[in-house]
Design a binder for this molecule. Sequence first.
Ligand code: SF4
Length: 158
Amino acid sequence: MIVRLRAHHLLCILTYRGKGYSPAFVRTMSRVVARLSRGARVGIVAGPDDICRGLRGGRARHCVRPSARRRDRLAAADLRRAGEAVRCGRSIGRLGNRRLAAWRAGFAAGRTRRACAACPWASLCDATAEAGFAEAFLDRRKRGRVASPTGVEPVSSA
Ligand code: SF4
């Protein structure tokens, strides 16, 4: 079981708490996060991934914009600096809680936030990090039993 993720979504999954662009997106994102919580391995891809499928099947303009690819490059570089082998076409394995805790510490400290510059969701992600990620869905201890997603906050771009 492999979840295909583009690099900047490795950051977005840390703060995800059931809010997204549309009900379809939230359903897709919640399914992906539940699979990761159950121990799915992660494969890094270039461009639209399993999360992007929730936005017009991955064909939304948002998913192919140069800004999204720039976020991928920045997130991959920041995570590589933190010791993760984030490269397209490679698997990075499972996201255990120890690994997630290290990623979240780096995120909260701003060490892996370059990809977040100008993202319209940044204030939500800031608040989630400041609250210690307590409301974040991704948690191996929950084994995919995430709260029912309801929050939809459409924004124009990210
Ligand atoms: S600020 Fe944007 S890019 Fe950064 S983690 Fe949040 S949703 Fe993802």
